[in-house]
Design a protein around this ligand. Structure first.
Ligand code: SF4
Length: 721
């Protein structure tokens, strides 16, 4: 374990993918055993955050000393209570149950669920542990809930997925930025500084059914807020593409030189004339024309977010956004592009190094014989011993607790994910977790999932550990330890090595982050996400000299190199160097927005994030200042809809459907659509919105549909009356 330095340490925020730069100054003494934060946080000047932090970043050190931390291994006793245990006892118990499950039902009876907040080293080691030590195909992670649709769309269009294929600062020069289903004004406020150039050019376009903080940045003539009916983003994007083609705005030379499939794409959007799009989306023809023409003026970026991606057609919607960007000649150009805003702290790196069910390190495909052979050599195992592709997260959770003899999962290891709050259909997830033979949760806070565990293992958190993170723009960053972890905590790298030893696993299991990174770099060599030219020492040297490091960063780059800040300038990652224009179509029935379903108490529920909380809220709900600012889930509802349903501002409301019931209070929001309500997903218990969200997933990416759930809404008094 790294000793705590006494001097200030430069690192990055523990929360979102913007990875704002901060300095941690250890407090006098060790701060241990008190409620006082053991470090002081101050922002650092850095290209992505420009010296800014949001309130989550400012208060991040609070969590280091909170009572909610786990500081000893906990083992559930026969009577149901937890008792402290030694590491030997806890690990022996886990290993014995894993052995028993594998012996009785085979390796796929054991599953691993990872997280997009884990460092690159931990994400890599977790993927290796699943395949080599457990021999299971069943590993996936909570990034499946965030990034998978945009990743799938980018992979099929560009042959490569990197959230932003350009540095964030490029946005400063944009004339036009169209954010589609993204609300960085709340989710990553310092990012909003990069929207200023477009605002000054009156060119910020925000597509969102809600009048979010970001949408309000378009006010006063600074841009356009487009409010399509929920779930109609795909139609809107198809309509914009139709307009671009119909009005002769296509970048013909670019399309001819850099893309494949334009003719089929043109035919696929021919029936999406503006009046038809208006009738489906509710977006007037004139507004569609303004947006299409503005995007075609040059200097434009199109950026998608979870608002359009977390749908059963999320991959197709992201694909439609990419098609639009390609047809306008933006992608890979000097002054335009397409990107998606990754959410979790290491949502980018976490999906590159083997946590995904179908991937090996370096973005290699697990079904590719050459990829398997390469990784097997690095791991020192036969390539045939590496399992094939597993199943995506929601499908994996559906197997929890089912009979082992019929392919069910009997044991689950959870690392850095509070899946009992963040997963769809949490009622079913709870039942699955309770039916397991073994649930192990590795975390630094005692979250809702840990409360159901058989064993809880305490691990260090961000200010106590070394490692690397990869930001939303593919920039590899160093996470550095400022203080020592609590004496009872052990790093995941050590835990996985100890379990591997107990399971007689082949290969070697280093526990030092820099050693694990070196192995990761070797495993990624030659892959799409190539880190082979990087090491902790090289990253430290780069950063000391003010140089960034963007992947791909293959071995042999000169000392002055920053890797690959901008992708696609010299071609795309498909073998012929050309992007694919992939025609997509609307599946299922199309509702007519003019017949807004406001005549009864059934509305469309959108879920999302608040400024003061992060993901499941397991961390931020423990920070007094953040909890005080947003202590409960409030249902955002249009005042007219609220009046029709008899819901005064602050009244208790019940939302229900066939999956469950949520009770919370309402907040009137004049900017909301009358047919839509919004509830944040950071809260547990009666207000856990994922009780209502179903298990439908995108057929390509496996991403659950969090953004479109039909619910009955009524005053809570009616329920008890
Ligand atoms: S924007 Fe994200 S990275 Fe920056 S301080 Fe806030 S939570 Fe941290």
């Amino acid at each position: 374990m790294t000793a705590a330095p006494a001097s200030p340490v430069d690192t990055h925020c523990p929360y979102c993918a913007l990875q704002c730069a901060m300095r941690l100054t250890p407090a006098a003494g060790d701060g241990g055993g008190t409620d006082a934060a053991p470090v002081t946080v101050s922002p650092r000047e850095f290209p992505t955050n420009r010296g800014g932090l949001c309130r989550k970043g400012w208060t991040s050190a609070e969590l280091l000393a909170r009572p909610g931390r786990v500081v000893h291994p906990l083992v559930r006793q026969p009577g149901g209570d937890f008792a402290e245990a030694s590491w030997e006892e806890a690990l022996d118990l886990i290993a014995a149950r894993l052995r028993a499950a594998r012996a009785e039902f085979g390796p796929d009876a054991v599953a691993v669920f990872g997280g997009g907040g884990l460092t690159n080293e931990k994400a890599y080691q977790l993927g290796k542990f699943a395949r080599v030590a457990l021999g299971t195909s069943r590993i996936d992670y909570n990034g499946r809930y965030c990034m998978s649709s945009a990743a799938a769309a980018a992979n099929r269009a560009f042959g490569l997925d990197r959230g932003l294929p350009f540095p964030v600062e490029d946005l400063d020069r944009a004339r036009t930025i169209m954010l589609v289903g993204s609300n960085p004004g709340d989710t990553m406020p310092p990012f909003a500084r990069h929207l200023e150039g477009a605002r000054e050019a009156d060119g910020l376009i925000v597509v969102d059914p809600r009048e979010t903080t970001t949408a309000k940045l378009t006010h006063a003539g600074r841009g356009i807020h487009v409010q399509p009916a929920p779930g109609t983003d795909l139609v809107l994007l198809l309509g914009l593409l139709h307009l671009v083609i119909a009005e002769g705005l296509v970048a013909r030379d670019y399309v001819a030189a850099h893309t494949e499939g334009f003719d089929a794409l043109r035919r696929s959007v021919s029936s999406w004339w503006p009046q038809r799009v208006a009738s489906v989306t509710g977006v007037p023809v004139e507004l569609q024309q303004r947006v299409a023409r503005r995007l075609a003026e040059g200097g434009a970026y199109i950026i998608t977010g979870r608002g359009v991606e977390q749908h059963v057609d999320g991959t197709d919607t992201a694909t439609a956004a990419i098609n639009l960007a390609l047809v306008l000649g933006l992608v890979g150009s000097a002054d335009g592009g397409y990107g998606t805003l990754t959410g979790q702290g290491n949502g980018q790196g976490g999906r590159e190094h083997g946590q995904k069910a179908d991937q090996l390190p370096g973005y290699r495909k697990i079904g590719d014989p050459a990829a398997r052979a390469h990784v097997a050599r690095v791991w020192g195992v036969p390539s045939e011993s590496i399992p094939g592709a597993g199943v995506p997260a929601a499908e994996l959770l559906g197997l929890l607790g089912r009979p082992g003899a019929s392919g069910g999962v009997r044991c689950l290891l959870v690392h850095g994910s509070n899946l009992l709050v963040s997963s769809p259909d949490v009622g079913a997830v709870r039942a699955g977790l309770q039916a397991l033979d073994l649930l192990v949760v590795c975390d630094f806070v005692f979250n809702e999932t840990a409360a159901l565990a058989d064993v809880v293992l305490p691990v260090p958190q961000w200010a106590e550990e070394e490692g690397t993170m990869t930001s939303l723009e593919g920039r590899v960053l160093r996470r550095r330890a400022a203080i020592a972890p609590p004496p009872g905590a052990r790093s995941e790298l050590w835990i996985l090595a100890e379990l591997a030893r107990r399971l007689d696993a082949p290969s070697s299991w280093p526990t030092t982050p820099s050693e694990v990174f070196d192995e990761l770099a070797a495993a990624s060599a030659g892959g799409l996400a190539d880190y082979s030219g990087l090491s902790h020492a090289r990253l430290d040297a780069q950063l000391a000299q003010g140089r960034a490091a963007y992947w791909p960063f293959p071995a042999g780059l000169p000392e002055t190199s920053e890797g690959t800040p901008r992708l696609f300038a010299d071609g795309f990652a498909h073998p012929d160097g050309r992007a694919r224009l992939v025609p997509v179509r609307v599946r299922g029935e199309i509702a007519d927005a003019s017949a807004a379903r406001t005549g009864d108490n059934e509305l469309t529920l959108i879920t999302g994030r608040l400024l003061g909380h992060y993901q499941s809220g397991a961390q931020t709900r423990l920070v007094p200042e953040l909890l005080e600012a947003a202590p409960e889930a409030l249902l955002e509802i249009h005042p007219a809809t609220a009046a029709r349903l008899g819901l005064a501002n602050g009244a208790s409301v019940e939302l229900s459907n066939t999956r469950g019931r949520v009770v919370c209070r309402v907040r009137h929001e004049a900017g909301a659509r009358p047919d839509t309500v919004f509830l944040p997903f950071h809260f547990a218990g009666d207000a856990s919105v994922n009780r209502l969200v179903g298990g439908a997933t995108d057929p390509v990416s496996g991403m659950p549909e969090f953004k479109r759930t039909r619910v009955r809404v009524r005053a809570a008094e009616e329920v008890t009356a």
